[in-house]
Design a binder for this molecule. Structure first.
Ligand code: ATP
Ligand code: MG
Length: 565
């Protein structure tokens, strides 16, 4: 596992070194152009965020171009909802509008088709009339050569005729494919006559019924980069064995020099307690384990956003981890620490009581209400102050009272004095219980001399607790989340990540008592509930707060443990 310290910083890394060298040598005449090429078959996750931030920041740093290109080559799984959603998510992440209009691989279908005919005419591609299963059986394996298709030596005329028939709809799905003619005994499996076109009688969300053959990713990807004049194609590591094939295609098409994109691979982002694959994420939705792509437990950008993760925190995290050449897994606590640090600076503080227990101050003047001044954000003076009503009837957190306190429990208990944040010192004198013996009301007295948070005689108080005034409090609810996967590496034991899913990872608490100023927060606000953590006010549901992160810096503990190990 990677620690915070052993990853290179983004400012200079093997990718920027390559770009610097290319600028020096004039390879692309000084141009830098990158892209982010998602397949619109789901919503974006935090792994994609890494690729987006990397490509976008490189273009920016080198005053180059960054494009969003939808790799929309599979009409069965893709749709325009995902296209729109991905763009929204990218703009949210980058906090800027994309300068260039998004591009689509489907815009290049004509060109790709023409190039495929060119390959056929050069004797470099053929129509194979075998079914998919046979073709994959014939691929062979590691150190085991594949088997030539009986259709491999069809004449150019026959291939051209058949390919045109494929295009015009003469065949049904799966009846034949177009394959590159490279070598069935090549060491690199990707070079064993890979499939370039499949027949799919499906409506495409952009091209409608115009096509019934669709290019494979392998055939479309490098050529799309070339068409767009991408200079640096940055891919995740799993594409490194495809590079040879991409180069082969470019060679056959005579795409050379400054027109030829250069591919560099970087490590995929992985997190503990997390799966990052659209397929698996989709499965969580289909199985109703989560509520949708934007469920706050999901590692999608939508989920993070609903949870309250600031885009700046995600970008800072991506910059911090930089790029690496070997795959590794980051602790999710590291990302959370970026979120916490960000919110510590920006989020206003409020008081809220999640599990209320009533406190009555017996020596408080009947009916009296006093406005207390509270600091909105100790990290930001410009956030100012607010007034909170204090009265003789309050709510405190249930677990801030213990009738028979354990050792080291310094909060409220019979005979014990605590400080109320922005309030007074109170001492517990009595407990009212229900029939089952559970405390339902605590009777206290307050010390009017402690208005400034200190006692004039200098007596020390070990605990400060938060509160809200009972008659002024407004009711809300909070959604609390635990890890969606209980194990660090989901599926490590059984091979099936979903086996490790935590079905109890969400709970909703109703009847939360909120200080009155919370009623004025605009939807989407993120606040710190003092002593409890950061919470995001839902955009739609009134007074529903999603817990973003707690206050404890778990990442610091991991670092400490590692140092001591
Ligand atoms: P998924 O399996 O989640 O669908 P993918 O790679 O198939 O991921 P694409 O939509 O094809 O999804 O990905 C678009 C780009 O995002 C690719 O260039 C890919 O390299 C990059 N990418 C995807 N996942 C990660 C990740 N975990 N870390 C870094 N980059 C990623
Ligand atoms: Mg994919």
């Amino acid at each position: 596992m990677k620690s915070q310290d052993d990853v290179p910083s983004k400012k200079s890394n093997f990718i920027t070194d390559q770009i610097d060298a290319d600028i020096q040598s004039g390879r692309f005449n000084g141009r830098v152009q990158t892209r982010f090429p998602p397949e619109p078959n789901g919503y974006l996750h935090v792994g994609h965020a890494k690729a987006i931030c990397l490509n976008h920041s490189i273009a920016k740093d080198y005053s180059g171009l960054f494009n969003l290109r939808y790799d929309d080559t599979n009409p069965v799984t893709e749709n325009s909802e995902f296209v729109t959603g991905m763009r929204e998510d990218i703009q949210w992440l980058l906090e800027e509008d994309l300068e260039s209009t998004p591009l689509h691989t489907s815009e290049y279908f004509d060109q790709l088709y023409a190039w495929a005919e060119e390959l056929i005419m050069d004797g470099k591609a053929y129509v194979d009339s075998q079914d998919g299963e046979t073709i994959s059986e014939q691929r062979g394996g590691f150190q085991e050569p594949g088997v030539n298709s009986p259709y491999r030596d069809r004449s150019i005329e026959e291939n051209l005729g058949l390919f045109r028939d494929m295009r015009s709809g003469k065949f049904s799905d799966g009846e034949c494919v177009l394959r590159a003619k490279i070598s069935m005994s090549h060491d690199n499996m990707n070079m064993r006559d890979p499939i370039m076109y499949r027949i799919r009688h499906e409506n495409h969300f952009r091209t409608g019924g115009e096509w019934c053959i669709y290019p494979t990713y392998d055939w479309a990807h490098g050529q799309s980069d070339a068409i767009e004049k991408v200079t640096h194609s940055l891919c995740s590591l799993e594409f490194d064995s495809h590079r040879e094939l991409y180069d082969w295609f470019l060679d056959q098409l005579g795409i050379e020099g400054a027109d030829r994109p250069y591919q560099t691979e970087f490590a995929r982002l992985n997190f503990t307690h997390t799966v990052l694959s659209k397929r698996l994420l989709k499965h969580l939705i289909e199985e109703k384990i989560v509520d949708g792509w934007d469920d706050p437990r999901m590692p999608t950008l939508r989920g993070f956003r609903k949870r309250g993760y600031p885009a700046t925190a995600i970008r800072s995290f991506c910059e911090h981890i930089g790029v690496a050449r070997t795959n590794g897994t980051h602790e999710i606590e590291l990302l959370e620490s970026f979120v916490r640090n960000d919110l510590n600076q920006s989020a206003e503080r409020r008081m809220a009581v999640l599990n209320p227990l009533r406190v009555t101050i017996t020596n408080w003047p009947e009916g009296h209400v006093e406005m207390r001044t509270a600091v909105n954000n100790p990290e930001d003076d410009s956030a100012g102050n607010r007034e909170i009503p204090f009265s003789g009837s309050l709510f405190i957190e249930r677990d801030d009272f213990m009738e028979n306190p354990e050792p080291k429990y310094y909060r409220l208990s019979p005979g014990r004095e605590v400080r109320l944040r922005y309030g007074y010192f109170i001492t517990c004198n009595d407990v009212v219980k229900d029939e089952e013996g559970n405390p339902i009301e605590i009777l206290c007295t307050y010390d009017p001399e402690t208005s400034g948070g200190k006692a004039p005689d200098g007596r020390k108080i070990k605990a400060t607790i938060h509160w809200v005034s009972a008659e002024h409090a407004i009711d809300g609810s909070v959604a609390l989340y635990e890890r969606l996967f209980s194990t660090e590496h989901p599926g490590d034991e059984t091979g099936e990540p979903l086996d490790d899913v935590n079905l109890e990872s969400k709970s909703i608490l109703e009847g939360t008592k909120l200080e009155p100023s919370i009623g004025d927060l605009p939807p989407g606000s993120i606040v710190q509930f003092e002593r409890l953590g950061y919470f995001h006010l839902d955009e739609e549901a009134p007074l529903l707060f999603h817990k973003t992160v707690g206050l404890r810096d778990e990442w610091a503990n991991i670092v400490k443990r590692r140092k001591n190990a």
